[in-house]
Design a binder for this molecule. Structure first.
Ligand code: PLP
Length: 393
């Protein structure tokens, strides 16, 4: 094969995906230290099992598929009506956000939706991405050949609220609660971004994958709580961290009626390239909004948030500075000045056998920080903190 036919923009990507680099480092440590008791507070994957209400719904749906009357083949690409209605009622209505079912698109994950959505835009458009943030926004735009990318720094100096671009941009990614800093965008910040987008004819791509972790009702959960957002914002939600669906796969993308052309294009894109999420999983996702489902999921999230509080407390008492972990499963740990976050990764692994994620993997403003996650078992989280406090100086 001629190499000239390959998408040359892939050559512009960082050498390997952040988490693959980390996995390789852990493998190599294990090989040189057989029997190592490594505690992983790194990758953002859940550890608690699916809620009983979700499992029961899956069983019922599986039984339905076992006879001719209940069997279902291809479903609607946009998702079954029952789930779109349940999302509108269960996820958005309680926040005072009124959505119609056909503004909601069900998919098999937010990662693919946030990565694919940029396909609907011109290659020349100007993109603004927070720094630090989930790397998929940047990588997917690089793969598409976009060069005109500006970063919106978020650091302790601005309370981790990304700065609005000085020049005009067309697409703006926002992530709240943020992965990796764990901070929530304030109502003032979001209002300023919506005003900016309306003034410049820009679109906000609002990733709220961790909205379920927000503990304070007065904080903004959905971009549509901000007046004007329906005319300038798309929102992404996921069942992954909300209800432990990282392996099951189900997510939601909202494209409001006000963005009619974009909605039509996303539907066209999905009907061509996607064949819908399977029926059993959509019934399972629907059960997340049942009274029992809600209660079980609330308890699971409370367990993760207790880990987050333990990490925050442990590090703060050890004299370190942290943010996040109050409305998100991520704790953003400020490192001593002279050490890079990748060097700290190695030191933490070697001295404590604890794994986290180097901040620089999320953007240049992440240098000097380290991300820990609250998804571990309570006991291993506690042991990790104990090792950090006694062995790391
Ligand atoms: N958005 C953010 C900010 C994430 O951190 C993640 C996963 O870690 C995703 C989206 C992907 O979610 P999903 O499992 O639905 O693909």
């Amino acid at each position: 094969m001629k190499t000239g036919i390959l998408n040359r923009y892939y050559a512009d990507l960082p050498e390997s995906y952040l988490f693959s680099t980390i996995a390789r480092k852990i493998d190599s440590y294990r090989q040189s230290h057989p029997g190592a008791d490594i505690i992983r507070l790194g990758i953002g994957d859940v550890t608690r099992p699916l809620a009983p209400a979700v499992i029961a719904a899956m069983h019922r749906a599986t039984e339905e598929m076992a006879d001719v009357a209940g069997f279902r083949g291809y479903g609607p690409e946009q998702g079954y009506e029952f789930l779109r209605e349940a999302v509108a009622r269960g996820e958005f209505a309680p926040r005072g956000v009124d959505l119609a079912a056909d503004e909601i698109f069900i998919s098999d994950g937010s990662k693919c939706d946030v990565a694919n959505f940029q396909e609907l835009f011109d290659r020349k458009c100007r993109v603004a991405i927070p720094d630090p943030v989930y790397p998929v926004y940047l990588d997917s735009n690089i793969m598409a050949g976009r060069k005109n990318i500006v970063f919106m720094p978020a650091h302790a100096g601005n309370g981790f609220q990304p700065e609005i671009p000085k020049h005009s941009v067309d697409l703006i990614y926002l992530c709240s609660p943020n992965n990796p800093t764990g901070t929530v965008l304030t109502r003032e910040t979001l209002t300023a971004f919506v005003d900016y987008a309306l003034r410049h004819g820009a679109l906000i791509l609002f990733d709220a994958a961790y909205a379920a972790y927000i503990q304070d009702d007065s904080l903004v959960h959905s971009i549509y709580e901000i007046p004007g957002a329906r005319a300038c914002a798309v929102e992404f939600r996921s069942f992954s961290k909300t209800a432990g669906f990282t392996g099951v796969r189900c997510a939601v993308t909202v494209v409001p009626h006000e963005l009619a052309e974009l909605r039509r294009m996303w539907l066209r894109r999905q009907t061509t390239k996607f064949n819908g999420v399977n029926y059993i999983v959509q019934r399972a996702a629907e059960a997340v909004y049942s009274p029992e489902g809600r209660e079980q999921i609330r308890a699971t999230i409370a367990g993760y948030m207790a880990n987050a509080a333990a990490i925050r407390r442990g590090l703060t008492e050890g004299g370190w500075t942290v943010c996040g972990g109050e409305h998100a499963p991520y704790i953003w740990w400020e490192l001593p000045e002279q050490e890079t976050s990748f060097a700290f990764f190695d030191r933490l692994l070697e001295t404590c056998e604890v794994v986290g994620t180097p901040g620089s993997g999320f953007g240049s403003c992440g240098e000097g920080y380290f991300r820990l996650t609250a998804f571990g078992e309570p006991d291993s989280t506690r042991r990790a903190l104990e090792r950090i406090r006694t062995r790391l100086k």
